[in-house]
Design a protein around this ligand. Structure first.
Ligand SMILES: Cc1ncc(COP(=O)(O)O)c(C=O)c1O
Length: 381
């Protein structure tokens, strides 16, 4: 039996005092991750610089993450954030010629929009793709604007502020027909949605360990379609992206042949300890089992919200949503604070209450939240 729900909950001390529904901001801390961070401190104390062991842990994370994405380790860069990886990626795109456009969905996380607009300084033009009235952004909206001037299309896999899931494969088909690359920021999906990167259709898939991968800040990943490695030469780089890290040469630029060319400087050692441990909990449960568990709880929540006659921007169709369910509020900050006083930890973006469900949540969490929302119905739109 996969360990999801009640059978894994005792790994996460926060549930002794709170109902935690905020994995879209930060995954809950487990005993396993805490122990791993102590292990890093103990090794540092006992042995000083454990370089070889640290570099080895970097490679363990790369391999474990690749397995999670149904990919090969050589196709995964270990990054310190989505921002670092994507900045290195766009540094490899010549954006001052005919193909200078970056298309971004309105649902991108701010860092993607900001990195795209920063490229205007290098000659890029940025095009925004907006949602339809129902809040979805169908693949056709991307197809409408993508052409032979498009270098890169950014379509987040799952919106951090509405819970909408993009049809990445259909968007990629339109982008590829025009010769453009596709980046799918999958931070809000990885660990809770089974991502087979080949089937997803994007050329580049990125994310990090803070949320559904149950690790901490300072660690991310970027998968690149292997055919791209040789073609993309990042000018934003670092010594861990070199073909031989310990050559210690200051005389040339020789990026690694694999996706490691998108790594950067000294790996984030404490975050690697936490990341490998967090990822192991996800891998043991199995992402398909987590996805099914999350879907069931999200459906229960959506049904309950219908009974409350709440306004819900997240789509009902299971294939168009994931672990994040959003609810419109008239005063979301007040609602988040009120729920926190009742021991329910959720978050907000724009006018939406964000409820994030993960492997450790159970039906009682959803029911407690619905009960509290009923009591505070005046704060729902
Ligand atoms: C969709 C998405 N992308 C990216 C990030 C964070 O990016 P970075 O790792 O650069 O801080 C977040 C964090 O909230 C996110 O939700």
């Amino acid at each position: 039996m996969p360990r999801v729900g009640a059978t894994i909950r005792d790994e996460f001390p926060i549930f002794e005092t709170a109902t935690y529904l905020n994995s879209c901001s930060q995954g809950a801390l487990s005993y396993r991750v805490r122990d791993a961070v102590y292990e890093w401190l103990a090794g540092w104390d006992a042995n000083g610089a454990e370089w070889e062991f640290w570099v080895d842990r970097n490679e363990t994370f790369r391999a474990d993450l690749a397995a999670l994405l149904h990919a090969e380790a050589d196709d995964v860069a270990v990054t310190t954030s989505v921002s670092q990886g994507v900045s290195a990626l766009v540094s490899a795109l010549p954006l001052d010629g005919e193909r200078n456009r970056i298309v971004i969905s309105e649902y991108e996380f701010p860092t993607i929009g900001q990195i795209a607009h920063a490229q205007e300084l290098r000659g890029a033009e940025v095009v925004h793709v907006c949602p339809d009235d129902d809040g979805s952004i169908p693949a056709e909206r991307f197809a409408d604007v993508v052409d032979d001037r498009t270098a890169l299309v950014c379509c987040t896999t799952l919106s951090y502020r509405s819970g909408h899931r993009h049809d990445v494969a259909a968007i990629a088909e339109a982008a590829h027909a025009a010769g453009a690359l596709v980046l799918a920021d999958s931070y809000q999906a990885c660990g809770a949605v089974d991502l087979d990167v080949r089937a997803l259709g994007a050329d580049i898939v990125t994310g990090g360990t803070v949320k559904y991968l149950l690790g901490t800040a300072g660690l991310g990943f970027m998968w690149l379609r292997p055919e791209l490695h040789a073609r993309l030469l990042p000018t934003q780089t670092g010594w861990f992206a070199d073909e031989d890290i310990f050559a210690m040469s200051i005389a040339d630029y020789s990026p690694h042949a694999s996706a490691r060319r998108f790594d950067s400087g000294t790996p984030p050692v404490p975050s690697l300890y936490a990341g490998v441990a967090g990822l192991s909990l996800v891998a043991e449960a199995g992402v398909p089992a987590i996805e099914a568990h999350v879907r069931g709880l999200a459906t229960r929540l959506l049904d309950g919200l219908d009974e409350l006659d709440a306004r819900v921007p997240t789509p009902r169709e299971p294939s168009a949503r994931g672990p994040l369910v959003c609810v419109r509020s008239t005063d979301v900050e007040e609602l988040v604070a009120t729920l926190a006083r009742e021991g329910l930890i959720v978050s907000s973006r724009n006018d939406n209450l964000r409820v994030a469900i993960h492997l450790y949540n159970v039906e009682e969490d959803v029911d407690s939240l619905l009960e509290a929302l009923q009591e505070n119905r005046h704060l729902l739109a």
